[in-house]
Design a protein around this ligand. Structure first.
Ligand code: GAR
Length: 216
């Protein structure tokens, strides 16, 4: 099968990037990482990429305050230079503008540590505990111009326990992030995702309803 060329945008520790790299190496994701781009010079994710001999680039956002369009044009240039087909936001802590969304329509995926549309934005595990929800989880979605608003591809659910702290809930969710992000990328690579209005449909014989609702 054809390997889809990924451009992975990161800002920090890069555990989701690592999970994708590991799954590619295991052969469960039909993709190759064409470039890893960070807005932070010292992101650990860049070290992870270099360790696997993957191109790792820091695109500084210095001087682009209030000029997010111009910064995104830089990102687009770098992504195109590496022949990227699918952009992956793996803990990229910047809001993407329409410059990038229009350059890669329905070809940018984000992972978010909550069950969207509940708890968009930042510090969402803390917000979920404080709100008192009994379940949280994570969402992989295509990126549109809003913040965490694009069409949902896969979600995974985890319980919120009485003695959870922000860290214990985040760790439980992260485990599922590592699973469903790779799964979404692989479905894309297989050409099985179709977007109609806000809904994403997964084609294929083994698409039993509920495939992604129950965690293994
Ligand atoms: C992950 O939990 C991801 O869902 C979250 O940042 C973390 C990055 O971890 N992303 C967002 O909150 C985006 N709004 P990682 O660098 O170890 O992959």
């Amino acid at each position: 099968m054809k390997k889809v060329k990924l451009g992975v945008l990161v800002s920090g520790r890069g555990s989701n990037l690592q999970a994708v790299i590991d799954n590619i190496e295991k052969g469960t994701v039909s993709a190759q990482v064409a470039v890893v781009i960070s807005d932070q010079p010292d992101a650990f994710a860049l070290d992870r990429a270099r360790k696997h001999n993957l191109p790792a680039v820091h695109v500084s956002a210095k001087g682009y305050k209030g000029k997010r369009d111009e910064y995104d044009a830089l990102l687009e240039q770098e992504l195109r230079k590496h022949g990227v087909e699918l952009v992956i936001l793996a803990g990229f802590m910047r809001i993407i503008t329409k410059v990038l969304v229009n350059a890669f329509p329905n070809r940018i995926m984000n992972i978010h540590p909550a069950l969207l549309p509940s708890f968009p934005g930042l510090h969402v595990q803390k917000a979920a505990i404080e709100h008192g929800v009994k379940f949280s989880g994570c969402t992989v979605h295509f990126v549109d111009e809003g913040m965490d608003t694009g069409p949902i591809i896969i979600q995974a659910v985890v319980p919120v326990l009485d003695n959870d702290t922000e860290d214990t809930l985040a760790a439980r969710i992260l485990k599922q992030e590592h699973r469903i992000f790779s799964r979404a990328i692989h479905l894309y690579a297989e050409g099985r995702l179709t977007v109609k209005d806000r809904r994403v449909f997964v084609s294929g014989p083994e698409n039993k309803s509920g495939e992604f609702l129950i965690n293994p």
